[in-house]
Design a protein around this ligand. Structure first.
Ligand SMILES: [Zn+2]
Length: 353
C-alpha cells in the first residue's frame, strides 16, 4: 500500500459521483477512466497515490455551488440553508449516482468495498477502493426500508444530514464566524436511524450535523464517533468545524476525523479562497493529533466538492502533501496511520471484521 513517495492515501470524502452525474451519466465511466478536468479520476489518482475512499452520493440543491462559494469569500457570512428535499425527488437522483458508482466498478475503474478486508486487498492490488456513502439521508424513508435495501446494495456509510434539514435531523449552516451550536438535534426518526445503522453496520458520519445532533449521536450510537471531512474550530472558527469539546468526545469513543481540504474550513479567516499554504493543513493535523491521538486522524479531502488549496488542486498533487508531512517530522509509522491505517482501523471497529 505504498506510492513512490509514501503510503497510499485512503480518503474520507469525495464528490466524484456528483461531478460525473452533473456532466452526464452516459459518459461518466469513460471520463473517470481516461481523465477529466476535476480533482479525482483514475489517471490522477494513480499518479498521486490516492488509493480510494468514501464516494459520496449527494442530492444537489438548486442553489449554484459557485454562488455559494462566492458568498464564502466575504469577511463574515451566514448562508441561508436550502429547502428540504422530498423523498420522491431525492430517490431517483441517489439511484442515478449509485448506478454511476457500480458502472465504474463494472468498467474496472474501482471496487466497491463492503468490509475493511476488501479495502485492504483492493489497496494491495493497486485498485481504487470505494465506499458507497450517502451525504444527507433524503432518500431514506421513515420506515427505513430503503436503508435495508441500500445496505444490501453496498451502502456502508451515511450522513443523516448534509447541511439541509431532513426528517432525521438538522444540519449546520455555512456560517463564519460561528460555533456549530445552531438549532435542535436529531428527531425521533433520526434516533431510530442511528440505531438501525448501528445494527446493520453502516457508519454514521457526523460532518454537517449541528452540535445538538452531534451530541445526540454521541449519546445514542454504540460505535466510534466519526467526522469524515471536518476541521479544527480552534484554528478556523467556522460552523462546519469541530470544537475541542467535540474532539474530546470523538477521542473517548475511539473514533476519528478526516482533514477536509476545503479552503473555508482551513483558513483562520474562513474564506473559500485557494491560496492556502500546506503548513496551515499541517497545523490542523497537529491539533487533531494532539486532541485525538495518532490513531484517530486521517484525510477527508472533499475533492470535486469544494475549493481546495491551489497547491493540491488535484489528487495527482498528493505527493506534495506527503512531502510536507515528512518535512514536518512525521515518521513512517505516523505517515501510514494518517494516510490509510486509521481509516481501516476505525472502519473495522464500526462494521465488524
Ligand atoms: Zn460535505
Amino acid at each position: 500500500m505504498r506510492h513512490a513517495n509514501g503510503p497510499t492515501i485512503f480518503d474520507g470524502h469525495n464528490d466524484v459521483l456528483l461531478k460525473l452525474y452533473r456532466s452526464g451519466q452516459a459518459s461518466a465511466a469513460e471520463r473517470f477512466l481516461n481523465g477529466d478536468e476535476g480533482a479525482i479520476d483514475l489517471p490522477s489518482a494513480k499518479s498521486g497515490g490516492l488509493g480510494g475512499g468514501f464516494f459520496a452520493v449527494f442530492v444537489p440543491s438548486p442553489m449554484d455551488a459557485d454562488d455559494k462559494f462566492a458568498e464564502m469569500t466575504k469577511d463574515t457570512y451566514d448562508l441561508a440553508l436550502p429547502d428540504a428535499i422530498n423523498w420522491e425527488d431525492a430517490f431517483p437522483i441517489v439511484m442515478s449516482q449509485a448506478a454511476i458508482l457500480f458502472d465504474l466498478e463494472k468498467q474496472g475503474g474501482l471496487c466497491v468495498c463492503r468490509t475493511a478486508n476488501e479495502i485492504r486487498s483492493c489497496l494491495n492490488a493497486g485498485k481504487i477502493a470505494a465506499i458507497f456513502h450517502i451525504e444527507g439521508a433524503e432518500a431514506i424513508d421513515p420506515d427505513l426500508n430503503t436503508l435495508e435495501v441500500l445496505y444490501r446494495a453496498g451502502l456502508r456509510s451515511l450522513g443523516p444530514v448534509w447541511s439541509r434539514d431532513t426528517i432525521f435531523g438538522h444540519g449546520v449552516p455555512f456560517r463564519y464566524p460561528s460555533t456549530p451550536d445552531i438549532g435542535p438535534g436529531l428527531t425521533d426518526h433520526g434516533l431510530r436511524l442511528v440505531k438501525r445503522c448501528n445494527d446493520l453496520g453502516i457508519m454514521i458520519d457526523l460532518s454537517h450535523l449541528n452540535e445538538a445532533g452531534f451530541w445526540d449521536v454521541a449519546r445514542y450510537s454504540t460505535k466510534p464517533l466519526v467526522a469524515t471531512h471536518s476541521n479544527v474550530h480552534a484554528i478556523c472558527p467556522h460552523s462546519r468545524n469541530l470544537t475541542d469539546k467535540q474532539l474530546e468526545a470523538i477521542a473517548e469513543s475511539d473514533g476519528m476525523v478526516g482533514l477536509n481540504f476545503a479552503a473555508a474550513f482551513l483558513r483562520p479567516d474562513g474564506k473559500m479562497l485557494s491560496d492556502v499554504p500546506l503548513e496551515l493543513m499541517i497545523r490542523h493535523l497537529d491539533h487533531l493529533i494532539e486532541s485525538l491521538g495518532e490513531d484517530r486522524v486521517g484525510f477527508g479531502s472533499d475533492y470535486d466538492g469544494a475549493v481546495v488549496p491551489e497547491v493540491l488542486k488535484s489528487s495527482a498533487d498528493l505527493p506534495k502533501l506527503r512531502a510536507a508531512m515528512q518535512r514536518h517530522g512525521y515518521d513512517d509509522d505516523l505517515m501510514t496511520k494518517l494516510c490509510h491505517g486509521n481509516w481501516l482501523r476505525v472502519l473495522e471497529r464500526t462494521w465488524g471484521s
